[in-house]
Design a protein around this ligand. Sequence first.
Ligand code: KE4
Length: 411
Amino acid sequence: MPGGVNSPARAFGGVGGEPIVVERGEGAYLWDVDGNRYIDYVGSWGPLILGHAHPKVVAAIETAARRGTSFGAPTAAENELAQLIIDAVPGIERVRLVSSGTEATMSAIRLARGYTGRDVIVKFAGNYHGHVDSLLVAAGSSAATLAVPNSPGVTVGTSRDTLMLQYNDVIGLTQAFADHGNRIAGVIFEPVVGNMGVVVPIDEFLKALRALTRENGALLICDEVMSGFRVAYGGAQERFNIEPDLTTLGKIVGGGCPVGAYGGRAEIMDHVLPAGKVFQAGTLSGNPLATAAGCAMLRLLRDEPPYEKLERLSARLADGLHQAAVDAGVPHQIARAGSMMTLFFTEKPVTDWPSASRSDTKRFSRWFWGMLDRGVYFPCSQFEALFVSAAHAETDIDATIAAAREVLGGI
Ligand code: KE4
């Protein structure tokens, strides 16, 4: 496999060295093939809000598997998952299930373009929406110009309809709509950023996103692949009272199995084939195993909400890491939204990609390896979020803080 992995994020490129190879997970813990146990704060990059191998999720998958693993035909389970999503997410009246977050965002962008008849999509530096060609872009020569490819294989033609701006930059967003307003099909953003490390939106930015898209007939696309069911059962849009036109989901919604979803107002979603003309399809969309896992996960989150426990544990961890860094005299910022957070090694607050990218990634690497050597598995990049699960206990948090005090004292 290229680089020995099936996704670059897990190759330890940001910290050097070889990745661990996982044998199994259970609750808050991972074991590698050498028998080392780790307290896991990656949680498969977000899906495992209830920890690894939750008995009810495993049982649901086992039961479904015995009835067949895929039909390529409508099933009750996919309708149940769709209903759970519609009932949970304020901005979703209709939803289409797919098999990854990338498929969800790619489809939402196509739908925004098909619905508006416009070409330009706006995204923000430091926001990641999966490996969609038109979103694998870097800012053009100036913020007001259209983007350029940032991966071989992405064509200039693909990237010329993407405009990349800075997150939390109200002036830049306003100028972009002044320059391109009638060409913008949609704006896609992470309502809580996880992909430059955690960055929380400022209120004026959220207000400007909604006002400017509405005034200019563009769709507001909330990419909640990471924040959905994470920062609240209704996602960041419930927590921050955002009214998106479309929402994308992934990770938690599949309970650790491959599920993505995109949804929104019925009058928009009814443009999707076969109700409408915007094409999107998938052999394993709504797959019985994945929808069984997703239904089990969402029922658990709905009926036994873990969010108070997650808030308590996450605040304990954030406070402990902060105090440890202060006592060690290490310049840092802690950014947190619910049970997703990032410890940035930088002096100044992180509000966008330019400020995030000033972090000391060499110090982060020493931090990562110091913690791994002490049995704590953090995300292997300064520009990722760590996740607390409901399977973590206060003893795990306190052990993590104790390890952090040792490591921060020496990096
Ligand atoms: P997937 O195609 O990886 O399921 O989802 C893409 C995606 C879309 N939107 C947001 C906000 C996301 O965070 C992601 C994927 N997140 C990364 C972690 N930063 C997945 C890890 C990986 O790429 O291996």
